[in-house]
Write a new protein. Structure first.
Length: 151
């Protein structure tokens, strides 16, 4: 199985587990003398099976990510951590850039003038560069996901 297929199965299992949680909660109580729409014992059995399968998949994915190396020598796990950090940093920088570059309209010359505390143009160049780096990193990760066999 390819790593990409395992990632897809993991996502499907996580969705199914979330749905099972909702179904369990919907069948946790019934009015006296009534029957639940679904058997909670059966739902709990399905939940146990799905979590067992999810544990196997996550373990195999992590093992694969920790041993798979790209051309530069970095592991897939390292690249995933880098990608997550780049996404977080870009989110912060984009929000800050949005605030730093927003215009404050003055109705008269006597109103207080508001100006940016940073060079917006330079910060935008940095954001653009990090965005390109993130895109290229994500492409490298995706390519490896489709070519790597799950361990």
């Amino acid at each position: 199985m390819k790593l990409a297929n395992a990632l897809s199965q993991r996502s499907e299992l996580q969705t199914r587990i979330h749905q099972l949680e909702s179904r369990l909660n919907n069948n946790a109580q019934v009015q006296e003398g009534e029957q639940p729409a679904e058997d909670p014992a059966e739902l709990l059995r399905e939940l146990d099976e799905d979590y067992a399968r999810l544990e196997e998949l996550v373990s195999a994915i992590n093992r694969t990510n920790n041993t798979t190396r790209l051309e530069g020598g970095d592991t897939l796990s390292g690249l995933l951590a880098r990608r997550d950090c780049l996404k977080g940093k870009l989110g912060v920088l984009r929000g800050f850039l949005n605030n730093a570059s927003s215009l404050v309209h003055r109705h008269s010359a006597s109103e207080i003038k508001i100006k940016s505390t940073v060079n917006v143009r330079e910060l935008q160049k940095q954001v653009d560069s990090l965005s390109r780096e993130l895109r290229e990193l994500d492409e490298a990760i995706q390519e490896k996901n489709w070519t790597t066999e799950l361990l």
